[in-house]
Design a protein around this ligand. Sequence first.
Ligand code: PMP
Length: 396
Amino acid sequence: LFSAVEMAPRDPILGLNEAFNADTRPTKVNLGVGVYYNEEGRIPLLRAVAEAEKARLAAHAPRGYLPIEGISAYDQAVQKLLFGADAALIAEGRVVTTQALGGTGALKIGADFLKRLLPDAVVAISDPSWENHRALFESAGFPVQNYRYYDPFSNGVNRGGMLEDLRSLPSRSIVVLHACCHNPTGVDLKLEDWKAVLEVLREREHVPFLDIAYQGFGDGIEQDAEAVRLFAESGLQFFVSSSFSKSFSLYGERVGALSIVTNSQEEASRVLSQVKRVIRTNYSNPPTHGATVVAAVLNSPELRALWEEELGEMRDRIRSMRLAMVEQLAALGAKRDFGFVAEQRGMFSYSGLTVEQVERLKTEFGIYAVGTGRICVAALNSRNLSAVTSAIARVL
Ligand code: PMP
């Protein structure tokens, strides 16, 4: 049965973690990770989460099956966070939200449902994108193409190239867009760019699939939802995958959601019935813990205020690490201006380091980054920063 099974290629980031763990140098730093570490170099357990967990534990609630679409209070809280508490499409019952196994699970349910709706569609993702986007949509049976996105010369967005590529896709293609804090580059579209993109999608009848995995890590909870709100007001039908892995520091609990914006309440109920079939045949219904905790926090004014404060602390710490990195590199006389790092948003930065420079950082200095030059700014802290910046200055 298994004699012809080939070894699958190793996940490059997991391979990096293994090499990091085996490194015995005490000064080693892992910038290859995709999680937020606090100033102490640990994944935080948010106080708002701990409070909600205490109450949940005390309640000794039975663990029956959840509805297929998840906890209703959770799904509603997700909608308000994404579209705004007073959004017309919520009041009109035009949006369907189902709890999902993280942002990844939301993308997978959305992809499987889309395959039934548009079996011959092409999926387009940014160049570069989160590495799982391509694999997810390919495994759902779609051909996946790239649209131009990152411009290495300006360290910004190749807006003209992006619009041109979106225009030349077959009409009714599925276009995956990072709503904020682009992974891996940290480079986001400005509001004017979003408007231009939206008009091309409308003209070409493409299906937008907004992926928002870092709401609150860029400029703020409301500000980071700017693109989602723009689409919500556009009258287009679209998909949104969202995740609380980062914003609640609940990576392992797998808390995300899929939201689908339709044209009417009646359409929404038909869409929901089909999405439920997809979920039912994949894993039947979602787990209880993470979504119960998130719903408890979002629906309690006190815990919500505490969460917003803690999320703000994470966001501010990342920002201060970006600024300190730029300053230190300039003070060290680095042979490049790293000012663009301060303009990027979210946990990641495309640093512009080459494969060779990344390799030297690892072998000579014990500093681990992804071969593309992606570094996780959220893994920097005041103790490891100077080691990182001086090593970068040396390899340039
Ligand atoms: N989309 C993007 C752009 C991501 O960066 C990630 C996580 N790294 C996800 C989706 C998946 O999120 P989750 O861990 O909640 O599945």
